[in-house]
Ligand binder design. Structure first.
Ligand SMILES: Nc1ncnc2c1ncn2[C@@H]1O[C@H](COP(=O)(O)OP(=O)(O)OP(=O)(O)O)[C@@H](O)[C@H]1O
Length: 703
């Protein structure tokens, strides 16, 4: 007991974890305290592997570990099938076993290892010299060009987008807004007039002050009148410029979203196997929004400041070329820094967008699987998963802010050095009688103007680079060619009889190239024949249907419709003649009538919808809903069987020549299933489900 108490006083809060472990494990630890490092490093992990200790309670079991760490991966734990990462410290450590459950979750195609989410929170026993060495290493890393600035460690996300140059991005943006080029021309005209007016303001300001001082009243009044005129012109034109660029920006973002959305909708289904919904919606949302700054803000301010800066530079050189050249040199240094800073921000922005997309992906997945999350109580885990990406985002934002700080520091130093140089050299020139006090005042005003213009150009250029970096993936997606099915028209047969032949068809999904799903399949179905395809789960029944609907192309062999290769038939026309009810029918967030008539090209009346609903035995339950056919539904507001009945009604309403039911009545009770069969039979349709224990059945019926 004494030993136990002593051990307990030495165990601070995190070690309570050990007490939760089974008695066997506790005894195991205390009795063999003499050989504790062996126990901790080798025996305890074994206890975990045998299932005596749950790995999650071990996470905080560590005490003064030495910094020397060796890692090995263990793959055990029978009950919860977690993969463990055992971090084993050197024998000199006191108790230092540290486990992290490695729950791999695939996000953006890359696995996220949750061990990085839980940080080592124990105190680290390091000597003073080691601390100093660490500090020196840290300081070295945060100096310009140091490792802290590199983003390489953060690239846990898949960056597929090819780099887009600034000119290419601007060219693409121009393509999108060129239809409304008048607004751009109006914006540029206003910009030029405003910039020119503003350039002359310091000149007439200084001239007015000095003419007032020398009592030249007529000249003073003329200068003041001109000053007022310039102020009014620049005010009006600046307002016009801002408004026109804002409109151009709105047009750009709108077209960008439209183009991207249309490009995505025309992709092959296999494209959606590799891209996730969260990622794509993030491209449409935040990535396109990033571009919204480009025209209305960045380009606008860059152009204005380039014009004003050039004007100020010319004025300075005319005023005094030695002073002008000094300012030019400082501005060139600023421009060099600006370029490096801009490129850094571009890279950071690209990563920020990728990580934002990954965070969105997690959120989208969690919200769509909310019921599963609630039932399994994994809310905290999901928050952790989301926080992981937020942490990454914060990390990059931190570096972006630090870079911004550096950029500000450089700017301020260079800005003040121009003032000092101007006063030093200008003062000497005044003393020598080379220039007047009025000229020096104008010089200081214009050099300030020049340096501020350079600053604004740099700031907006880096913002522009960020927008370009953020929109790389958007541009890449917008460039994707539509699926072949939308490119080639194909033949419309005079009449679809319904003969189908699968001739030596083999298939494998492109996302899993190594796994053959179908191999040399030959099936023939005559018009009017009902065929049931039965097979074990995962044997490829739904895949057959996918090929018949031409959602995928066979890797070998071909499918014939009435003797014509399906590839040569107009696929839109063919799909219009096929009624399909899938395994898990999905409903759109719209009323029931719209859901039933969804995709129907014929002129549909309410009676037709109700007729189809009656055939599918959906009418009664629809009428029992508060607003009947007007009731708003979606994927979550109806039972599985009710959704299936609406989907069957949708298929019936199309009056299809070929009806494919992919276990379409699996969620219905036996009576409803029977009723639907009888009802559809009387209209020449047969719906039949065969349930062979765990076997799954697909029925194809041709009329
Ligand atoms: N989009 C996809 N990408 C990669 N592999 C897929 C895809 N869809 C299905 N598979 C794989 O193809 C195989 C056949 O799947 P399919 O859905 O056709 O089976 P099934 O016979 O309909 O199964 P069940 O009776 O369980 O619905 C499975 O091994 C599955 O993992």
């Amino acid at each position: 007991m004494l030993l136990l108490r002593r051990m307990l006083t030495r165990l601070h809060t995190p070690h309570i974890a050990l007490l939760r472990a089974p008695l066997f494990t506790r005894k195991f630890f205390f009795i063999f305290s003499a050989a504790k490092h062996i126990a901790v490093n080798y025996l305890f992990p074994m206890a975990v592997s045998l299932g005596n200790v749950r790995p999650c309670v071990l996470t905080s079991f560590h005490h003064k570990p030495t910094p020397r760490v060796c890692r090995s991966n263990l793959r055990f734990s029978k009950n919860n099938r977690l993969r463990l990462l055992l971090t084993k410290f050197s024998p000199s450590s006191k108790r230092c076993c540290h486990f992290h459950p490695l729950k791999s979750s695939s996000i953006n195609g890359f696995s996220v290892q949750n061990d990085s989410l839980e940080h080592f929170d124990g105190e680290v026993n390091v000597d003073f010299n080691e601390k100093i060495r660490r500090w020196i290493r840290f300081i070295q890393s945060i100096l310009p060009g140091g490792s802290w600035w590199s983003f390489d460690d953060d690239v846990e996300v898949k960056i597929m987008a090819k780099p887009v140059t600034l000119w290419r991005a601007l060219g693409k943006m121009w393509d999108l807004v060129s239809k409304d080029r008048w607004i751009i021309f109006a914006a540029f005209s206003a910009l030029i007039i405003a910039a020119l007016s503003e350039i002359f303001i310091p000149h007439f300001l200084t001239a007015s002050i000095f003419t007032a001082q020398s009592s030249e009243i007529a000249v003073f009044h003329r200068n003041v009148r001109l000053l007022i005129l310039l102020c009014v012109t620049s005010g009006i034109c600046s307002g016009l410029r801002g408004c026109c660029f804002g409109i151009a920006n709105m047009i750009l973002v709108k077209r960008m979203r439209e183009t991207l959305y249309s490009a995505l909708l025309l992709q092959d289904i296999s494209f959606f196997d590799s891209e996730t919904v969260g990622d794509l919606t993030s491209r449409l949302g935040s990535d396109c929004q990033q571009v919204s700054r480009v025209i209305g803000n960045d380009l606008n301010l860059i152009l204005r400041n380039v014009l004003q800066g050039t004007g100020a530079l010319i004025y300075l050189i005319v005023l005094s070329w030695p002073l002008g050249l000094c300012t030019l040199m400082i501005c060139s240094a600023l421009a060099g820094l600006m370029l490096i800073y801009g490129l850094y921000q571009k890279k950071a922005a690209k990563l920020v967008q990728e990580i934002t997309a990954s965070a969105n992906e997690v959120a989208q997945e969690t919200f769509s699987l909310m019921r599963t999350v609630r039932v399994y109580g994994t809310e905290k885990q999901e928050v952790k998963r989301y926080k992981h990406w937020l942490g990454k985002l914060a990390d990059i934002n931190l570096r972006q802010s630090a870079a911004y700080g550096f950029w500000n520091l450089c700017f301020n130093m260079l800005y003040h050095s121009t003032q000092v140089i101007a006063v030093l050299i200008g003062g000497m020139f005044i003393m020598r009688g080379n220039i007047t006090a009025e000229q020096l005042t104008k010089f200081i005003l214009y050099s300030e103007w020049l340096i501020y213009s350079t600053w604004w150009v740099g700031d907006n250029l880096s913002s522009l680079m960020q927008s370009v970096g953020a929109s790389e993936k958007v541009f890449q997606l917008m460039d994707l060619m539509p699926s072949d099915q939308f490119m080639s028209k194909g033949k419309k047969l005079q009449r679809l009889m319904g003969r189908i032949d699968f001739v030596d068809v083999s298939f494998r999904y492109s996302s899993r190239e190594m796994v053959p799903v179908l191999q040399h399949v030959n099936i023939s179905v005559n018009p009017g024949e009902v065929v049931a395809i039965a097979g074990l789960s995962g044997s490829g029944k739904s895949t057959l249907v996918n090929l018949l609907l031409r959602l995928y192309e066979p890797t070998n062999g071909q499918i014939l419709i009435d003797g014509f290769p399906i590839k040569e038939v107009d696929i839109k026309w063919l799909r219009g003649r096929i009624g399909f009810v899938g395994q898990e029918p999905k409903l759109f967030r719209m009323d029931i009538s719209s859901n039933i008539s969804y995709g129907c090209t014929q002129d549909i009346k309410q009676q037709d919808i109700e007729w189809a609903a009656k055939q599918a035995y959906a009418h009664d339950f629809i009428m029992s809903l508060p607003s009947g056919y007007e009731t708003l539904v979606d994927d979550d507001l109806l039972s599985g069987g009710q959704k299936q009945r609406i989907a069957i009604a949708r298929a019936i309403l199309r009056d299809p020549t070929i009806l494919i039911l992919d276990e379409a009545t699996s969620a219905l009770d036996a009576e409803s299933e029977h009723n639907i069969k009888v009802a559809t039979l009387s209209n020449g349709l047969l719906v039949k489900s065969l349930h062979f224990l765990s076997l799954y059945v697909l029925i194809c019926y041709y009329i």
